[in-house]
Design a protein around this ligand. Sequence first.
Ligand code: NI
Length: 510
Amino acid sequence: MISRKVLATVLVAAGVVGLSACAPDTDSSWTPVQWPVVGRMLTAPPPPVDPAGIALASQRIRNDAVRVEARWAYLPGAHPLNEKVEATVRAAIGEQSAAVGVVYEPQVFGVEAALRERGCVAGVTALPAAELLGASTDSHTVVVCEIVHAAGSTLGERLRVVRGSATAVESDQITTLYTDGATGAVGDGASLIGETDVLWEDVVSVARRAAGGLSLIAVAPPSDEQRASLGRALQDASFVGGELVVPLPVGFTAPELEGLAGWQMPDAEHPVWVSLPRESYDPALTDFGRLIADAQGPFAGPTTAGAAFDRTPCDLVPCMALTLDDGPSGLTDGILDALRDRHSSATFFMLGRNAQNRPDTVRRVSAEGHEIGNHTWNHSDLTTLTDERIAAELQSTGDLLRSLSGQAVSTFRPPYGALNDRVLGVASMPAILWSVDTRDWAGQSDADLLSYSVSAPRVGTIMLMHDIQGATGRVMPQVLDGLLDRGFSLVTLSKLFDGQIPGGIVRYAP
Ligand code: NI
């Protein structure tokens, strides 16, 4: 790179000296042929997009048996981009799983795994593959993601799948997926550009000028091999400040470049990018590419109303369900804040007598996507009541909760877990018990409650806490952080069972 700059400086200096020496004989009608500027060469990657402020449902998994770690991000809600992103992640995990001969199952770890930070990282897909693979000498797979485009209603997410070990990179694949949130259209990087050949001449001309070529010459059309090579490079292209930035493939060259003193073929240590202005790449754009290129202003895509509205595939990420009983109370809003700030969901088994006093809290629980279940009106031991009283306890509570929340409220939790066949028969809906009881009412220290609540859950656990207990309100942020650090996603009961909560008594998800 330095040699190119030096060469250019020498030539410019020589030209200036020559002109001034011959000034008396200058023909003022002569002007040099303008070499139209078609773009420029970059020796550093374009600045990464800052994902802060873009609402995303960020994910992360780690599985030591299969030897895979993956980070990716969904758009909030049900968006077509999410299926494509997930397909890439699943394919990477599937290949790694087949290679090691171990079936993939969601796994959780100790708190020290620190898996709370999820999703995409700016600049990560431009790192050397060896840096992503780390020091492990066993062959493993790493999936990382980066937001490479965010303008108006359009977004671009780049996923990079690297497989190998500290000693060898076995494969390294990049997929960039673009979408328009307004129409739901999704396409990869290659779908932005229709006519690759249109760009070939400009790409070669830019490289030629950067290499010290002083005249514009005719560029021969690309060979099939060159066309394919540029096509692959365009898959990793991105729009930056109105220009199309194309990474030149390793080994890229053309007959017009050979013999130029400043030409250095790009290699892994010396990557280069060509940045083309709109007038250069515009004729090559597809309709979809034009939509992405035209998008302007800050990203204004879908926003999240709560984690429960966003995609969380529990066969891929380790899920558990936090359940909170006996509220709502004055503590419930603080717990909702903690859940919201950590993109987590819970299920609230409410008492009718408390819900009637805090209708706004019931509405907030529902509006933020948390699930509501029936915990009776008076918190009576249902096994001691007549059939008519059991029905009345559940009916009055269910009616109130449904009218306040708009939810179906189709599960119940018997107070004290007291249950028999008669109660089950009268209730005729799933009875949700638990597999981890934190005993947050029993007067233990906050430290003990926190420690147990974070360490006891496994994948599929239904955990019991109470949003009327001060200790639970106090430790909730740390409990959530601890569970997220272990790799858990906290989901509603419906999500834990993928929408199909079984009938009868339910204690955990299989
Ligand atoms: Ni209770």
